[in-house]
Design a binder for this molecule. Sequence first.
Ligand SMILES: [Zn+2]
Length: 329
Amino acid sequence: MKDRALSELRTEYESQRALNRDEERRRLEQASALDPEIGRLTESRRRLFQDNAREAFANPTKARDISGSLADELQSIARNIRGRLIAAGLPEDYLQPVYRCPICRDFGYVGEPIHEMCDCMKRRVYAKLCHDPGLGIAAEENFGAWDAGVFDPAPLPEEPRGQRAYMIRARALCERFANSFPNNEKHNLLFTGASGLGKTYLLNCIAQRVLERGYTPWKLTAYELMGILRDSYFERGDPQRAQLVLDTQLLIIDDLGTEPIQENLTIPQLFHVFNERRNRRLSTIVSTNLAPTEIQARYTERLASRLLDQRTTIFLKFIGKDVRLNLSE
Ligand SMILES: [Zn+2]
């Protein structure tokens, strides 16, 4: 799955580089039409460069002197071009190389001799993976479509507000979180409360907003997550998916507590995920039907201390009546 996304992206980057060259040519033609001297200077700079490269190659001992005087000459041509561009009413950097990403110049990879994927490429890989069916981000569930009307406005027993007022506040908190991602004061969110109170919908809203903002969320159920971790433990399946669990900028785990617990596997693996992501300051959002005491009982004190850490986690308790029941009434 990741391989296909990668090869699609390599093709996309290649055509982006071709578009960049086209744009450079178009700009040069435009500038030369306004001031033909700009075209001549650009051409002489190119030739100067080429001839010197040839000479340096043929005579390496002289190469240093050449490069000194060449640099002066190139600089003076560049100054001349800049001045002419401004006089023609164009930006002075108009004929600089064109690219979308200044780090990899649209090659998608950085580093010599070791090639590493550029962040711009990583973001696109993840975005592609997240849009793949089965990766859980429902585009139609977003903050704009979120409807307070499905929640009961009547006051709740032993609560200062009704469910609707409560949910409006929850939505605002989630939207703030998604808008300031990844610079949140607290990196993690924990949704608790029974099924049918709108937790999953808000998770989707956050995922969608974060994705729109160019980051890489991945939402999956605890059941799916354990499947991936189990496969990786037994060295089957796609190892890149297990790596993505650790690498994705925002991991969203829905329905924690509904997955089966496998002895010596579930808890150490989950601990590894939460611990690793915490060390790398990557955000994790968890929704669960379990109360904090139940989390401790099910997942050990050690894992619970990661999940329930108030210094890094915002807690959001969902209360009230099952919205799905309301809808069918
Ligand atoms: Zn890049």
